[in-house]
Design a binder for this molecule. Structure first.
Ligand code: PLP
Length: 444
């Protein structure tokens, strides 16, 4: 049982605390009293330093589409590492990954690489501002788009700072420049008419609307087709750009969420799975916009885009192999595993008479210990306040899984990899039956 039989993790955490605040470089990896430290990854499994092996259902917050150390990805990295690791010259490896992604994403005719999703989003925002000569960005309240000051506005706004949604006023995140919020208009997820009013009102100053069609912080419920259609229509009418953040949602379709939803964005931010597990980010879009903004021939590009590690050959090589392996057949199989898990979790909840909602799409699965909680960040926050036991149940569920060979996202999510099998999915479902029934017994 965790944490009792994990002395190795405890010792590492105590050592880490001396040299890193909170013991880490990434707040999402912490859980009390200390996180489990990983030693080895192999396919669908990760083994911790105390020798406990678990099925990995986080997959590095989505980046490991083929699980750990896929032999072909490892071979590509090893080959590239022995040939050329970093260089201040372009390489064929980046053309190859660019060609693969442009062929796959209909709205992406040209692309530029960076090293994180944060940078991909940031470059998309800069490109939109450079292209339109305008300042304002509109985004959805509660949507996480990485750590850039503009993109981070109103990601987790405290209720005391909520203003009238019709004003669309944002809140700078702690640590961001206080001016960031003045550059951002805040929309409420799936509020079609409210969003339309705000975009019309600020249209002349609006550079872009930034949207993630499946926001994790909003419980993995998808943006409605009507909301996305409104964004497409109104940005076009205003002469602003539509940016899709597909850092996460690329998992929703072979050609990303845009293919499934039938929306064509002007710019798309990418990251995670396109790097084959190595650090990556990218911005892509129409040749007209990308060339106008980033093409340095004939003087200086409108928006400068450097980066010591941009399009580094190791990431490019891993990304190309990984995306090639993630073909339509692999995509369909993985989505089938996602469907199996969603169905099994819903049945487990229902068998125990539990109040729970299973959400997500394709290889992303959300599990929330509440019934309907509305569409927006505010609806979700209110539902959490009204259901304090939901957090306790999520904690119980996470601990149960951790003690029974499954590493899931603590707030209640599962991100799948192609390394998983139906038997792995069924293991989680069986454990979900046990976890729900323990919760029921505890409540009685
Ligand atoms: C939708 C979305 N955008 C951007 C990011 C930032 O990506 P990165 O962590 O690679 O900076 C994330 C990361 O989780 C994300 O989920």
């Amino acid at each position: 049982m965790f944490p009792d039989d994990h002395p190795g993790s405890r010792a590492l955490f105590e050592r880490a605390l001396k040299v890193m605040p909170g013991g880490n470089s990434r707040h999402t990896v912490y859980f009390p009293p200390y996180p489990v430290y990983a030693a080895k990854g192999e396919g669908a499994r990760v083994t911790d330093v105390d020798g406990v092996s678990r099925l990995d259902f986080i997959n590095n917050y989505s980046s490991l589409i083929h699980g750990h150390c896929h032999p072909e990805v490892t071979a590509a990295i090893t080959r590239q590492a022995a040939t050329l690791q970093a260089v201040s010259l372009p390489t064929e490896a980046e053309i190859e990954l660019a060609e693969l992604l442009c062929a796959r994403l209909p709205s992406v005719e040209q692309i530029r690489f960076a090293n994180s999703g944060t940078e991909g989003v940031m470059m998309a925002i800069k490109a939109a501002r450079g292209f339109t000569g305008r300042r304002l960005i509109a985004k959805v309240e509660g949507a996480y788009h990485g750590s850039d000051d503009t993109a981070a506005v109103s990601t987790y706004p405290h209720p005391s700072k909520w203003s009238d949604p019709d004003e669309g006023r944002g809140v700078s995140e702690p640590g961001s420049g206080p001016g960031a919020a003045a550059d951002v208009i805040i929309l409420q997820m799936n509020d079609v008419e409210g969003g339309r009013r705000l975009i019309k009102r600020h249209g002349a100053e609006l550079a872009a609307v930034l949207v993630d069609p499946l926001v994790k912080n909003l419980g993995y419920r998808p943006a409605s087709p009507a909301f996305l259609e409104m964004l497409r229509e109104e940005t076009r009418a205003a002469g602003a750009l539509l940016i899709f953040d597909e850092v996460y949602s690329l998992r929703l379709g072979y050609g990303g969420a845009q293919e499934v939803l039938g929306v064509r964005a002007d710019l798309t931010a990418l990251g995670k799975i396109i790097g084959g597990g190595l650090p990556v980010g990218a911005v892509g879009g129409s040749a007209e916009i990308m060339t106008a903004v980033f093409d340095p021939r004939g003087g200086k590009a409108k928006v400068s885009h450097g980066g010591t590690y941009n399009a580094n050959p190791l990431t490019m090589a891993a990304g190309a192999v990984s995306m090639r392996l993630f073909d339509r057949a692999a995509f369909d199989r993985l989505s089938g595993l996602g469907d199996r898990l969603r169905k099994g979790l819903a049945e487990a909840a229902s068998a125990a008479g539990a109040t729970a909602r299973v959400t997500g799409a394709a290889s992303i699965v959300g599990l929330f210990h509440m019934s309907g909680s509305g569409e927006t960040f505010r609806d979700m926050a209110k539902a959490r306040m009204e259901n304090p036991e939901a957090g306790r149940k999520a904690e119980h569920f996470f601990r149960h899984m951790l003690d029974n060979g499954v590493l899931m996202g603590a707030p209640g999510f599962f991100v799948l990899s192609t390394a998983l099998t139906e038997a792995d999915i069924d293991h989680v479902i069986n454990e979900a039956h046990v976890a729900f029934s323990t919760l029921r017994k505890a409540a009685a």
